[in-house]
Design a protein around this ligand. Structure first.
Ligand code: ZN
Length: 144
């Protein structure tokens, strides 16, 4: 169902500060920094060898990352799996009784369509599904 572990998302209070540490630990700087305004986050992506690392800082108080840090502090926020057909996987998961936090796939960072599964249905782990936008075979219905 899932192709592979694509990245780990880590919620941080200050992305500049976190960047210093992760650049040091991973032996290189981020390869991409991107703000996703709709989600209220700033992200930095690192090549972690076999999996990417995504740092996330909230850019507004209504951001899910802000709420997460308020409640639980900094730390591992989500694990993201790559899928080949996000809409189909969402449908299959719903049939299995797993709730999905988005009605439709939405625009994520790093040129991806994404959705999140309800952590209460996945043993407390927030799982993101992502599909490379370049690998979407059919244009989405709403993009008319
Ligand atoms: Zn992510």
């Amino acid at each position: 169902m899932f192709e592979k572990l694509e990245h780990l998302g880590i919620a941080v209070k200050n992305i500049e500060k976190a960047n210093e540490l992760f650049a040091d630990l991973l032996g290189g700087t981020y390869y991409k920094v991107e703000e996703v305004a709709s989600e209220g986050v700033k992200t930095a992506f690192y090549d972690g060898g076999n999996v990417k690392i995504e740092l996330l800082e909230a850019t507004k108080d209504t951001s899910p990352i802000h709420k997460f840090i308020e409640k639980r502090g900094e730390g591992l926020h989500h694990v993201a799996f790559e899928v080949d057909n996000i809409e189909q996987r969402m449908e299959e998961l719903r049939e299995k009784g797993i709730r999905i936090l988005n009605e439709k796939p939405k625009e994520g960072a790093d040129n991806k369509l994404i959705c999140f599964l309800h952590p209460k249905d996945t043993h407390g782990v927030l799982i993101e599904l992502c599909q490379d936008k370049d690998k979407v075979a059919q244009p989405l219905d709403e993009e008319e």
